[in-house]
Design a protein around this ligand. Structure first.
Ligand code: SF4
Ligand code: SF4
Length: 431
């Protein structure tokens, strides 16, 4: 289903934890659909585009990703240049890697599966590295909240595959591995068929389908085993998902920025959960309204998945380029309540997918010893990622990737992952 176009779009000038973009339009200006409204300022910052034609009517403060930033409010006016028009195809095969990167940068393509980090910066990191690099096309759907990515894969498999080829050329990547959950073999075979005739090797790897298989550390462990079995050299890994690769395709082949995205809308409080195609900048409240509204007042609203999602404080918050899911729950199972003393039950150790001892890491963090201690208790292989951030996807302490499994099982309601990762102090926690 395609959501109605928003009468008012809210376009934040910082759409992830990186640097904000610098606005190039002012209140009162008219903007066209797809026009740059803010320019990225160096590394970590991407261009931002108007997703509807209209007029900038005001700026508002928007709190997200750890800081307060400005957002442009655009009132829908005038006609669309892209929506409903026949798409023009631009041949890209003859372009150099630098030209491809420049286009990807100009159209503000960011990683859409979580981090929002600019893809152009990833390309620079990869191309400047002396190490060979493998692009991992991650279609591991280990979480029902990834329904939007699955639908996009089914509907735009050709664009996803071609986006992978564009990325390979832009980053001078040596190999592509399509990583899919075991239940998605058909999708994997379709991707392999689309890669027939490529001048770089492509292969299919089937991974598990249980959370948190998609997390980069888990994925890398499976990939390293696969590479050993197949006797192939992976080098460093650039892991990208289908939405990002389709956006790379659209930028280079259609000269189109990210104007909309698939969003899974659901949760026990939502009357008609569904996957919708939503214009970036649409208010989250409008998205819920398109799904029939709430059956009852929700106790928890967030974007992302229930385990790692970011709380939504205000229904006027917009859907951004990285909002793959929004949900509203009648119950708040994630409510921390009052933290109690650790009872050493061992539940957190039992569930940690990377074999850490969250109890011990938590206590060491409280004692201010996390650095030395974590290197002793975490013993997994090192990881190379192109993205320095990402839905807490890069290990920050002891190899913890912030999956949140330990938080969920802890009967003492200790803020384990936040404390281990240094996201927040151990408020209320007692070792
Ligand atoms: S689950 Fe919680 S209470 Fe149990 S050992 Fe881990 S930190 Fe302690
Ligand atoms: S959040 Fe907890 S369960 Fe997940 S990797 Fe970190 S310590 Fe392990």
């Amino acid at each position: 289903m395609v959501a109605c176009l928003p009468g008012l779009s809210i376009i934040p000038l910082a759409q992830y934890s990186g640097a904000r973009a610098y606005p190039v339009v002012s209140v009162g200006d008219t903007v066209r659909e797809g026009m740059i409204v803010a320019r990225g300022q160096g590394r970590g910052s991407a261009n931002i585009h108007a997703t509807v034609p209209g007029r900038v009517v005001r700026t508002v403060s928007w709190k997200g990703y750890g800081s307060v930033n400005d957002a442009l409010v655009i009132r829908l006016e005038g006609s669309f240049e892209k929506l409903g028009k026949k798409e023009e195809i631009f041949p890209w095969e003859g372009l150099t890697c630098f030209e491809l990167q420049r286009i990807i940068s100009e159209y503000g393509i960011v990683e859409m599966e979580g981090s929002g980090y600019p893809v152009s910066d990833m390309i620079s990191s990869i191309r400047n590295s002396p190490e060979p690099c493998t692009l991992v096309v991650s279609c591991v759907f280990d979480d029902p909240w990834l329904a939007a990515d699955r639908l996009l894969c089914q509907e735009r498999i050709g664009a996803v595959a071609e986006g992978a080829l564009v990325m390979s050329r832009a980053g001078r990547i040596n190999r592509v591995v399509f990583a899919l959950s075991r239940g998605e073999r058909d999708l994997g075979e379709a991707l392999m068929a689309a890669s027939g005739g490529w001048d770089i090797p492509a292969s299919l790897m089937l991974a598990g389908s249980h959370y948190p298989q998609r997390n980069r550390r888990e994925l890398e462990l499976v990939l390293r085993r696969y590479a050993k079995k197949e006797s192939i050299e992976l080098g460093s890994l650039l892991v990208l998902g289908p939405a990002t690769l389709a956006a790379v395709h659209d930028a280079v082949k259609l000269k189109k920025p990210i104007l909309d995205r698939y969003v899974a809308v659901g949760g026990s409080a939502v009357k008609m959960p569904q996957v919708m195609k939503v214009r970036v900048g649409t208010r989250i409240g409008e998205v819920f309204a398109e799904c029939g509204g709430f059956v009852n007042k929700p106790k928890r609203i967030a974007t992302g998945s229930p385990l790692q999602g970011r709380p939504v404080a205000d229904l006027d918050e917009p859907v951004t380029r990285i909002s793959y899911a929004v949900f509203a729950m009648l119950e708040n199972r994630m409510a921390r309540g009052r933290a109690q003393k650790c009872i050493s039950c061992g539940e957190c150790r039992a569930v940690c997918p990377v074999g850490l001892d969250p109890e011990e890491l938590y206590k060491q963090t409280l004692r201010g010893l996390s650095g030395a201690a974590s290197s002793r208790v975490s013993a997994r292989a090192g990881t190379v990622y192109a993205s320095p951030a990402g839905d807490r996807g890069v290990p920050a302490s002891g190899g913890c990737h912030g999956c949140g499994c330990c938080d969920v099982v802890c009967p003492s309601r200790l803020p384990l992952s936040a404390c281990i990762l240094g996201d927040s102090g151990p408020a209320g926690g007692r070792a």
